[in-house]
Design a protein around this ligand. Structure first.
Ligand code: BG6
Length: 486
């Protein structure tokens, strides 16, 4: 039976709440995963926003849900769960007492505070929650990545959160961990002997992890220009995927055991200092170009600025210095305004050790395992097989293809739905622990510091392409190439 809860959404009118959180909660409700006496309390600063909230949330749902997901009758029932609260987080005035009143009659059940607000006000918010006696034994707090701007600021935030909540009640979200195929990746690795015994530098030539996006700045120019792709995508999503790919098998899927293995990976990442950064990392920034036959503006035009050294693209050749992965490169790449939207992990195996056929059979290509997280979710294994249309032996690449979205037609995965329900059920396996945040920043910080000191400027790439040519050269130097999404 679903657990009843109260969830306060600080930043209720923000993009995250309307685009992701409310739709995810609606989906959970639709699927029968929410207890109907639960309450969702979006917090608005202005009374006018509070007055129009329910209608605005309905409009947002219509935009952000798939066409067949929204239904007026269901919305009617779901909207009964919404208890809009108007208060200014930074002014602990009498409006907070409204929140106190809301909770006065419901004291025992799970209480979740989702801080979908800038980190600068986390501390103030938690302080007031504590002063008003709103934090109790079943309270949990949820925060979003990127946590902090570097190790130091992340540590400050975490220290402040720890004043009010024990670590096990702090849920740091990285929505990539809620994606269905990311969880499938763990199932694939740890439930199949087939892959687990071929999962190391002896069998694998290299691994690519790519997250390419077609969007540009959206409405986040100020935030993005301060942040850049390294902090926005690499420090969290890409490194988390790398951890799941590279970690040793945990002895159970408990949050603690998974975390211990992930931290070992982060700590084994070979540090990049000084000129190693120039050699192994390419940073880029898009200029105007054609994306799907539409001319889109460049980064500076979107930003409305004359110049900026912020990267919108990063490609990295990384190494994990441990027994399993010694000597084998991991290529990581992410960028905005690229040719296609795709998140994909490619495991490129080595060639067979001895060619038994002659040249006439055609090229014997190495096996490749391709795990696609989006836009559609699939797992594909490329094998060599004999062509069936002739007596003569000719080889061709054939695919074993598991397209999850075809197999589970009605199954609509939503990372936020999954993660929010995990918060309700107090399951923190798919969340980031404070020590992981520290370890990730410890690897990323020296790279960003080097760029700043060297006054490094990003290399330009046209929107609608796969990034700067230097990113192709990074692999070409190793006689390899990116597997760009088709
Ligand atoms: C967010 C980043 O964490 O992830 C955004 O801040 C990015 O810049 C987004 O666009 C990508 O998420 P998804 O799920 O659309 O790949």
């Amino acid at each position: 039976m679903a657990t009843s809860f109260d969830m306060v959404l600080f930043g209720g009118t923000g993009d995250l709440a309307l685009r992701k959180l409310i739709p995810a909660l609606y989906r959970a409700f639709k699927d029968g995963d929410l207890a109907e006496d639960s309450r969702i309390l979006p917090v608005c600063r202005q009374q006018a926003d509070a007055d129009s909230y329910v209608e605005n949330a309905r409009e947002a749902l219509k935009i952000h849900l798939k066409a067949d997901e929204y239904c007026d009758t269901l919305w009617g029932r779901f909207s009964q769960l919404l208890w809009v609260v108007c208060l200014d987080i930074t002014a602990p005035d009498e409006h907070w007492d409204l929140l106190v009143d809301v909770f006065s009659s419901v004291t025992e059940r799970v209480r979740i505070f989702y801080l979908a607000v800038p980190p600068a006000i986390f501390s103030r918010c938690c302080e007031t929650l504590s002063e008003k006696g709103l934090i109790h034994a079943h309270s949990r707090v949820v925060v979003e990545k990127p946590l902090g701007y570097n190790a130091e600021t992340a540590n400050e935030i975490n220290t402040k959160l720890a004043l009010y909540f024990p670590e096990e009640s702090i849920f740091r979200i990285d929505h990539y961990l809620g994606k269905e195929t990311v969880q499938n990746l763990l199932a694939l690795r740890f439930s199949n002997v087939l892959f687990e015994c071929l999962w190391d530098a002896k069998s694998i030539d290299h691994i690519q992890i790519s997250i390419s996006e077609t969007v540009g700045l959206e409405n986040r120019a100020g935030f993005y220009d301060e942040t850049g792709a390294m902090r926005d995508m690499v420090q969290n999503h890409l490194l988390q995927l790398l951890c799941l790919i590279a970690m040793e098998s945990p002895n159970s899927m408990s949050a603690r055991n998974i975390r211990l293995e992930k931290i070992k990976v982060l700590e084994s990442l070979r540090p990049m200092v000084g000129t190693a950064v120039d050699k192994h990392i390419v940073r880029g920034q898009y200029v105007a170009g054609n994306l799907n036959q539409v001319l889109v503006p460049g980064y500076l035009e979107e930003l409305k600025a004359a110049n900026s050294g912020t990267e919108t693209f990063v490609a990295i050749k990384a190494h994990i210095d441990n027994w399993r992965w010694a000597g084998m490169p991991f290529y990581l790449r992410t960028g905005k305004r690229m040719e296609k939207r795709c998140a994909e992990i490619v495991i490129q195996y080595k060639k067979v050790s001895h060619q038994v056929y002659g040249q006439q059979v055609g090229e014997v290509l190495p096996n490749r395992l391709v795990i696609r997280l989006q836009p559609e979710e699939s797992i594909k294994l490329v094998l060599m097989a004999k062509k069936m249309d002739s007596l003569a032996i000719k080889l061709q690449a054939a695919e074993l293809n598991l397209t999850l979205s075809d197999t589970y037609d009605s199954f609509k995965s939503d990372a936020y739905k999954r993660l929010l329900l995990d918060v309700v059920e107090n399951n923190s396996a798919l969340f980031i622990h404070r020590e992981e945040v520290n370890a990730a920043w410890a690897w990323v910080d020296p790279i960003i510091d080097y760029w700043r000191q060297a006054k490094d400027q990003p290399q330009l790439y046209r929107a609608g392409t796969w990034g700067p040519t230097a990113a192709d050269e990074l692999l070409a130097r190793d006689n390899r190439h990116w597997f760009n999404a088709q």
